[in-house]
Design a protein around this ligand. Structure first.
Ligand SMILES: O=c1ccn([C@@H]2O[C@H](COP(=O)(O)OP(=O)(O)O[C@H]3OC[C@@H](O)[C@H](O)[C@H]3O)[C@@H](O)[C@H]2O)c(=O)[nH]1
Length: 435
């Protein structure tokens, strides 16, 4: 089946063919099509007795992005009659850079099987580094990185960071912690324990191995901010006893620990304060009829619109958020890790929307993709209003001056471009029965 490739352009209208750059002596540039072949690849092929060309539709969807890279993709077979799947290993891994040992870093990524972690894994693997993932799979999933399992540069360990872990490494990206509000509130005590004990253990490891340590903190350290946009010198406005406190205060204490180890033990530290980020592999799970999906707003809205269900705006929809696409975040994290900036750095996109406006934008983009793919809709989905969660921040937008000055980093992806790609990802997942 022939398909026309999708053209992706950045904020200046220039075509995006690669992500990353060579900065601070670290080259993190990779081809966008190669990356896409990892997250937009079909999970399996459908074995259909009535057609010789059963792979055609899912493959065609993915081929729009990954074109000729199907040679490295899984050929697991789905049997619809018995609702079973026969897995196989990849025939050949996607090529990775052959780095001389002197340039190859040994990188530990805690939470590497999660949404952000798995994209960081893909990037560092393609660049030729040795990557070890620690994950307890509470919110992460093996399927996000299973295309690297068995690769000589890759190792995955089921481990909970609240327990100590020892490994020789050069860099530690410490991401492990549930990050979606319904997930982190599910077991508040465990969330704060993960932030505190997990960070203590990983900083201890950094101290022993002399590895450089980067923690992914969050815009939630600013709480429900009284300063807008939020810059790094702002101390925040957090309710210390509310339902979000396990995460907000957990990350605040994790930052305190991080700078404690820097001052006392000379650990080289990097602190990224991540603002709302969206992209493929962001987790969506059906929970209940009252609050059907427990993901974050972007994945919830996309899945609701694709399924023709009501889109649920919490509160009056006047609260604001600023959304960045995953590849911009990964660029920012890698730039920060390899830079000399040890102060906290906001990583986010300044394009701010009210959640009500954003619901309309997502609905428009889902309809555009459906129209392009010739999908018929019997109705326009409704936008409905649900109660506002306690302590939900009223406005959020990053001041990214520091990232621009210290890292020469700025987001490249428009919200629209990122959303289009994410809609295609969820559409393909739905076609596979994976949502
Ligand atoms: O279905 C939904 C989901 C969410 N929302 C609203 O959309 C806004 C964004 O909600 P999300 O759950 O996506 O994310 P939040 O901004 O609340 O928290 C996020 O912030 C920064 C990150 O560090 C964290 O991972 C995450 O906690 C909130 O106002 C929320 O109430 C909806 O209107 N409908």
């Amino acid at each position: 089946m022939s398909v026309s490739p999708i053209h992706t352009v950045d904020k200046n209208g220039d075509e995006i063919t690669t992500v990353g750059f060579n900065r601070f002596g670290f080259d993190c540039e990779v081809s966008l099509d190669v990356l896409r072949s990892l997250y937009l690849r079909p999970h399996y092929a459908v074995l259909n007795e009535h057609s010789d060309d059963a792979d055609a539709e899912p493959l065609a969807q993915h081929a729009k992005f990954s074109q000729s890279l199907t040679a490295y993709q899984s050929k697991s077979i789905f049997h619809p009659e018995t609702n079973s799947i026969s897995y196989t290993t990849l025939t050949r891994f996607t090529p990775v850079k052959l780095l001389p040992p002197s340039q190859r870093k040994r990188v530990l990524i805690t939470g590497g099987a999660g949404f952000v972690g798995s994209h960081l894994v893909d990037r560092l693997m393609l660049l030729g580094h040795e990557v070890t993932v620690l994950d307890n799979f509470f919110t992460g999933s093996k399927t996000t990185v299973n295309h690297w399992i068995g690769h000589p540069n890759f190792e995955m360990v089921r481990h909970d960071v609240v327990e100590p872990f020892m490994i020789e490494c050069d860099q530690i990206y410490h991401l492990a912690c549930p990050a979606s509000p319904p997930h982190y509130q599910f077991n508040a005590v465990k969330t704060i324990k993960t932030s505190f004990m997990g960070t203590l253990n990983m900083l201890g490891l950094a101290k022993r191995t002399k590895a450089r340590f980067l923690i992914t903190s969050t815009s939630e350290v600013y709480g429900d901010p009284e300063v807008h946009p939020q810059h790094e010198e702002y101390w925040g406005h957090v309710n210390p006893i509310g339902p979000r406190a396990c995460y907000d205060e957990g990350k605040r204490v994790a930052e305190t620990l991080t700078y404690g180890f820097q001052r006392q033990d000379g650990v080289e530290v990097r602190v990224a304060r991540i603002f709302n980020t969206y992209g493929p592999r962001s987790k969506v799970q059906y929970i209940s009829e009252v609050n059907p999906y427990d993901g974050r707003v972007v994945s919830n809205f996309i899945v609701q619109a694709l399924k023709g269900e009501d889109m649920t705006v919490y509160g009056d929809g006047k609260q604001t958020r600023s959304f960045q696409y995953i590849h911009d975040l990964i660029d920012g994290l890698i730039a920060l890790m390899n830079s000399d900036e040890s102060r906290p750095v906001n990583i986010g996109n300044g394009d701010e929307f009210t959640i009500g406006e954003f619901a309309e934008l997502v609905r428009d983009i889902v309809e555009k993709v459906q129209d392009e793919d010739g999908v018929k809709r019997d109705h326009r989905v409704n936008i409905v209003y649900k109660p506002m969660p306690t302590d939900d921040p009223q406005m959020r937008r990053p001041d990214t001056t520091r990232a621009k000055e210290s890292l020469q980093w700025q987001p490249r992806w428009t919200v629209r471009m990122g959303l289009e790609e994410m809609v295609r990802y969820y559409k393909a997942k739905m076609a596979e029965g994976n949502l």
